[in-house]
Ligand binder design. Structure first.
Ligand SMILES: Cc1ncc(COP(=O)(O)O)c(C=O)c1O
Length: 419
């Protein structure tokens, strides 16, 4: 009934080995149970959206209380003001405005539209080293899976490289770029001066700087990766962890830009994020409970500590199995990914599939090593046992051939033009 068998490509059958659990029936903390009742430890946590753990009580309670008062009215709900104050206060950006929506894609696309209207320019510069910004045409048109997107739209996208200021300057120089879209950090940390340089170049060339903090927002720091590195964008987008799984995203930005979508502007109006469900009350209540939890408890510190322990353990296990050059972890401790290489040192999808397969056999679903506040020392220890057993098979596969150990076909990248 469902094309691709999933509502997000990253959850699809082609992303997991054939023996992976087909469906998850329920979750608690960082544990999930599949439709057959098998229990697994989980990493990735709802495409990084669940940082506090599945079914986290205080967030569910806040949402449930709000449900009893109704979800959607004819005029704005009082909680819309409370949630706006709470988010801008938590981010310590009282000089900014906010608009809520349901999806990260929607707020990031809204930011692009604002930037185009503000600058009167059409082109968008996208960071080529960052994987995803939106389901909308302006971004998908720049991927290899761009069927259905007009050539005219595709022609408006240009790219630059992370940590390469020359490439930023090259795309901005002719002053046709409305906005520069990037994450503050993914797997590679910013080189000294890079973010400051991006800020300066955007100012010099009249380009709007957009930081997508949909992953980093409540994972790097309570106030996001911008606060870690002390560089502010003109427009910043949040989502994922903000709702601990509830659908809530936010566009936060300078009033000069945001008011183009409001009622206090003399300029031509921008149609900015006007959706039926954008301010659903229970999702706003959930977001406020998430922020309360982050401010009350050491959520980000815990994720970093668990990730560090896991990264150290995986690196040690890799060394012990003689696989240090073939299996490793990368990225910030609160947002780890791993790599799987073949005997020639090239990234290998069959070996990634084998790694996933063996981890699942040992009770761990790990498309990444992205931890949550719910992961404990005991969970990390269990994961490291699974890694140890997995690497034993991996080492044999490197010498004997992966096909001897892999059940079924390998996984494939999401962004490919043909199945
Ligand atoms: C960095 C980043 N930006 C934007 C999005 C889009 O968010 P959503 O799936 O909520 O539309 C994602 C989703 O994975 C993302 O990782």
């Amino acid at each position: 009934m469902i094309p691709g068998g999933a509502h997000t490509y990253a959850k699809g059958d082609d992303q997991f080995p054939e023996e992976a659990p087909g469906f998850i029936a329920r979750g608690a903390g960082c544990h999930v149970w599949d439709a057959d009742g098998n229990e697994f430890l989980e990493y990735g946590m709802g495409l990084r959206s669940v940082t506090l753990g599945h079914a986290y009580g205080p967030v569910l309670d806040a949402a449930a209380r709000q449900l009893g008062d109704g979800l959607n009215f004819t005029r704005p709900a009082t909680i819309e003001v409370a949630a706006a104050e709470r988010l801008l206060g938590a981010l310590d950006v009282a000089d900014r405005m906010v608009k809520f929506a349901k999806n990260g894609s929607d707020v990031t696309s809204a930011a692009v539209r604002l930037a185009r209207a503000f600058t009167g320019r059409d082109r968008v510069a996208i960071c080529a080293d960052h994987p995803f910004f939106s389901t909308d045409d302006w971004f998908i048109g720049a991927t290899p899976m761009n069927a259905g997107i007009p050539a005219a739209t595709r022609a408006l996208a240009t790219t630059f490289r992370y940590n390469d200021l020359d490439s930023v300057e090259a795309v901005l120089r002719d002053r046709t770029v409305a906005c520069l879209v990037m994450e503050v950090e993914t797997t590679e940390p910013p080189a000294p001066g890079f973010l400051e340089g991006v800020r300066r170049l955007c100012d010099e060339h009249g380009t709007v700087l957009l930081f997508d903090e949909i992953i980093t927002g409540f994972r790097w720091h309570n106030r996001g990766a911008s606060a870690v590195y002390g560089v502010r964008a003109d427009l910043t987008t949040y989502g994922k962890a903000l709702g601990n799984g509830f659908a809530i995203a936010a566009l936060v930005g300078r009033p000069e830009l945001m008011e183009l979508g409001g009622l206090r502007t003399d300029r031509e109006r921008v149609f900015l994020l006007s959706t039926t469900y954008g301010a659903e009350t229970h999702a706003l209540a959930a977001a406020m409970a998430v922020i309360d939890t982050y401010e009350r408890e050491p959520v980000v510190e815990h994720m970093h500590a668990m990730g560090r322990r896991l990264a150290d353990g995986v690196r040690q296990a890799s060394r012990e199995h003689g696989l240090a050059d073939f299996v490793g972890v990368a990225g910030r401790d609160s947002n780890l990914i791993y790599f799987t290489k073949d005997a020639e040192g090239n990234r290998s999808q069959p070996l990634r599939t084998l790694f996933l397969q063996e981890m699942i056999r040992h009770g761990v679903i790990a498309p990444s090593f992205v931890v949550s506040y719910a992961h404990t020392d005991a969970d990390i220890d269990k994961t490291l046992d699974a890694v140890d057993a997995t690497l034993a098979v991996y080492a044999k596969a490197l010498s004997d051939g992966v096909e001897r150990y892999l059940v079924g076909r390998p996984v494939k990248p999401v962004f490919r033009p043909y199945v």
